[in-house]
Design a protein around this ligand. Structure first.
Ligand code: IPE
Ligand code: IPE
Ligand code: MG
Length: 257
């Protein structure tokens, strides 16, 4: 009985979504795994394990809805400062999830991409990641980008260094540097700007995520902890996004003719 009720509710929310105006690029800060576990008297590792279920549900729901680009913040440059045992657990979980979920990606025609300082990841993670990226390279329904060992400041720093090197070697002129040149040197060079950022767990901050790419993004914060984030919560976020007027500096009258 309860299950039927949930399905009906999901369907109602789904009907409220206008599939012609979906965010082109949705980015999610998946936060709250540790607190979810703590509330239940469990180890943080159990929180991370349960977080992978929400990843699967979110990825499949986004693909079904028709979202073209989904970026998930999975591990930040700052997360390297966590206790070694937690970092090791997260890396192991990454390897096992990639092994397990390649089928989900293939079945749903999803292409995997990764951004961040990937060479800092353990070899086992790099190997698995590159294997799944290669195998899903021709998929076209949605691009799923995992931000791993990712920090926006580091991303900007490496872009500045690459551009400086090219100017020094006369590959590009100083005058030619514009926003598009900067975009081309970011890890996200193949992706459009972010339209919507969702952060779970009640924290209202960006934590060094996609600073350049979110310049005009909409933000949706929810108190739900990541392991509890469901299809329904995703729909709620998209419905909220679709009710907003994105003016990009213009007046309301200019937007609605
Ligand atoms: C998000 O959950 C996962 C990662 C950052 C890897 P947290 O582990 O940050 O969970 P809280 O914030 O401690 O609850
Ligand atoms: C941000 O979450 C990074 C990821 C979700 C991977 P954190 O839990 O690390 O962020 P802070 O430290 O609370 O800002
Ligand atoms: Mg956190």
């Amino acid at each position: 009985m309860a299950k039927t009720h949930v399905i009906v509710q999901n369907k109602m929310k789904l009907q409220e979504i206008n599939t012609n105006c979906l965010p082109q690029h949705l980015a999610i800060i998946m936060d709250g795994n540790g607190r979810w576990a703590k509330q239940k008297g469990l180890l943080r590792a159990v929180g991370h394990e349960n977080g992978t279920r929400s990843v699967k549900v979110t990825v499949e729901s986004c693909a079904k809805l028709g979202i073209k680009n989904l970026t998930l913040y999975a591990f930040s440059t700052e997360n390297w400062n966590r206790p070694k045992i937690e970092v090791d657990t997260l890396m192991k979980l990454l390897v096992s999830s990639l092994k397990k979920e390649i089928k989900t990606l293939q079945d749903n025609n999803i292409k995997l991409n990764a951004i961040g300082n990937l060479t800092n990841l353990p070899n086992s993670v790099q190997r698995e990641l590159h294997e799944v990226i290669d195998k899903t390279a021709e998929n076209t329904r949605m691009t799923l980008t995992l931000a791993l060992s990712y920090g926006a400041r580091e991303e900007l720093l490496q872009a500045v260094k690459k551009i400086t090197h090219k100017v020094k070697n006369n590959i590009i002129s100083e005058e030619a540097i514009d926003e598009s040149i900067i975009n081309q040197h970011l890890y996200t060079h193949n992706l459009p700007d972010v339209d919507l950022v969702i952060r779970t767990s009640g924290e209202h901050r960006i934590s060094n995520f996609l600073l350049w790419q979110i310049a005009y993004a909409e933000f949706y914060f929810t108190d739900i902890l990541w392991p509890d984030f469901s299809e329904d919560h995703l729909y709620e976020a998209i419905i909220s996004y679709q009710k907003r007027e994105r003016r990009f500096g213009k007046t309301s009258e200019q937007i609605i003719p």
